[in-house]
Ligand binder design. Structure first.
Ligand code: NAD
Ligand code: DAU
Length: 351
C-alpha cells in the first residue's frame, strides 16, 4: 500500500481517486481535516476496502510512526500543507507549523521507519514531496520557464515555507540516503478545489452574481495544469523518477489572470446563460509581493519520465466549470462560516 498525506484536500483527493481507478495499491490517507480538507471529497470511496482514512497531523511523529509500522507502505506521497498565499500573508504561523515543522516531523518518522526496513524494501521505498513552482519566485515576461536548476527565490510566506520543507527533503536524501522525489508543479485547477483559489472562487462568485475580484491589473501569468494531469505526472514520477531528483510539472498553458476569468465567464455564458458574467469583473487592490509570472520548462519530465499533460486549458476549464455546475451541493457545503469570515477578511475594503 501507499500512504498519502493531505488526501482529503483538492489535489490529494483527486490523486487518491485516480490512483485507485488506475489499479494502484490500497491507500491509507492521513489528513488533519483543516478548513480545506473535506471527507466529502472521498465520498466515492466510502466502504471501499482499498482505502482507509485516518484523521491526524503530519507533525505528530509518534502517530505517523505507528501508522508506518502498522501498514508498511512502499511509498509516502506528501500533499499535506497550508496552501493559500493570501492566507499566508494574513497569518504565516500555520504555514511554518505545517509546511516546515510538520514536513520535518513526517520526514523523521519516515526515515526511522525506512532505516529499519529489510534491504529490498529499503531500496524500493520512495518519499515523494509535492512542491510548487512558487519556490522559484517570479519571472520576467520573456524569461525562460523554471527549470529544476533555477535557484530558489520564494517571495511569500507560503512559498518560503514550501522552500524550507523542500530543503529538508533534499537534505534527507543527501545526508541519510532516504530515496526522495520532489515534484514542483504549476497552478492546478479542476474538480474539488476549495473556492478560495482563483478559478473556483470566480466560478462560485459568478454563479452567485457577486463581483469577480481581479488583483491589480490582472496581467499576472500562471501556467495552468489540470489536476488529473498533475496526478498522472506524480504516478509517473513515483514509477520512473530517480531518487534525489526534482521534476518540474506544468500544463503548457500560460495565461494572464484576466484571460482566465474571461474564459470562465464565456464558458458559463454558454452553459448557464441568462447573466452578463463578464460585467461582474472588478479590479481590486493587488496582493502584496504578488509574483508576476510563473512558467514551467517541462524538458526534464518529458525526457526522463516521458510524461506530457493531456488537457489543454480549453478542455480542462470546460470540464471544471461543468463539475462545479453539476456539484452545487459540494460548493454550498464548503462555504461554511469559516469560509465567509475568510472572504470578508480578504475582500471587504475595511480590512
Ligand atoms: P488543499 O489546501 O486543498 O489541501 C491540503 C490538505 O492538507 C487538506 O486536506 C488539509 O486538511 C491537509 N492538511 C493540512 N495540514 C495538515 C497537517 N498538519 N497534517 C495532515 N494534513 C494536513 O491543497 P492542494 O491545493 O490540494 O495542495 C496539495 C499540495 O500540493 C500542497 O503541498 C501544495 O503546496 C501543493 N501544490 C498545490 C498547487 C495548487 O495549485 N493547488 C500547486 C503546486 C503545489
Ligand atoms: O503555482 C502553484 C501555486 O498555485 C500553489 O503552490 C498554491 O498552493 C496555489 O494556491 C497557487 O498559488 P497562486 O497564488 O498562484 O493561486 P491563486 O489561485 O491564489 O491565485 C492565482 C492568481 O490569481 C494569482 O496571480 C492571484 C490572482 N487572484 C487570486 C485570487 C484568489 C486574483 O486576481 N483574485 C483572487 O481573488
Amino acid at each position: 500500500m501507499i500512504l498519502v498525506t493531505g488526501g482529503a484536500g483538492f489535489i490529494g483527493s483527486n490523486f487518491t481517486l485516480d490512483w485507485l481507478a488506475a489499479g494502484g495499491e490500497p491507500v491509507v490517507n492521513l489528513d488533519l481535516l483543516t478548513y480545506s480538507g473535506n471527507l466529502g471529497n472521498l465520498e466515492a470511496l466510502r466502504g471501499d476496502a482499498r482505502h482507509r482514512f485516518v484523521r491526524g497531523d503530519i507533525g505528530d511523529r509518534a502517530s505517523v510512526a505507528k501508522l508506518l509500522a502498522e501498514h508498511r507502505p512502499r511509498a509516502v506521497v506528501n500533499f499535506a500543507a497550508e496552501t493559500h498565499v493570501d492566507r499566508s500573508i494574513h497569518g504565516p504561523d500555520a504555514f511554518v507549523k505545517t509546511n516546515v515543522l510538520g514536513t520535518f516531523e513526517l520526514l523523521e518518522a519516515v526515515r526511522a521507519h525506512w532505516t529499519a526496513l529489510p534491504s529490498g524494501e529499503r531500496e524500493a521505498f520512495r518519499f515523494l514531496q509535492v512542491s510548487t513552482d512558487e519556490v522559484y519566485g517570479t519571472l520576467a515576461p520573456d524569461a525562460p520557464g523554471f527549470a529544476e536548476t533555477t535557484p530558489y527565490a520564494p517571495n511569500s510566506p507560503y512559498s518560503a515555507s514550501k522552500a524550507a520543507s523542500d530543503h529538508f527533503v533534499r537534505a534527507a536524501f543527501h545526508t541519510f540516503g532516504l530515496p526522495t522525489l520532489t515534484t514542483n508543479c504549476s497552478n492546478n485547477y479542476g474538480p474539488r478545489q476549495f473556492p478560495e483559489k482563483l478559478i473556483p472562487l470566480m466560478i462560485a462568485n459568478a454563479l452567485a452574481g457577486k463581483p469577480l475580484p481581479v488583483y491589480g491589473d490582472g496581467m499576472q501569468v500562471r501556467d495552468w495544469l489540470y489536476v488529473s494531469d498533475h496526478c498522472s505526472a506524480i504516478r509517473a514520477v513515483l514509477a520512473r523518477g530517480r531518487p534525489g531528483e526534482v521534476y518540474n510539472i506544468g500544463g503548457n498553458a500560460e495565461m494572464p489572470n484576466l484571460d482566465v476569468v474571461r474564459t470562465i465567464c464565456a464558458v458559463l455564458a454558454r452553459e448557464r446563460p441568462g447573466r452578463d458574467y463578464a460585467a461582474l469583473v472588478t479590479h481590486v487592490k493587488d496582493r502584496p509581493g504578488h509574483d508576476r509570472r510563473y512558467a514551467i520548462d517541462p524538458t526534464k519530465v518529458r525526457r526522463e519520465i516521458r510524461w506530457e499533460p493531456s488537457e489543454t486549458f480549453t478542455s480542462g476549464i470546460a470540464k471544471t466549470v461543468r463539475w462545479y455546475l453539476d456539484n452545487a451541493a459540494w460548493l454550498d457545503s464548503v462555504q461554511t462560516r469559516e469560509y465567509q469570515s475568510w472572504i470578508s477578511l480578504q475582500y471587504e475594503p475595511a480590512h
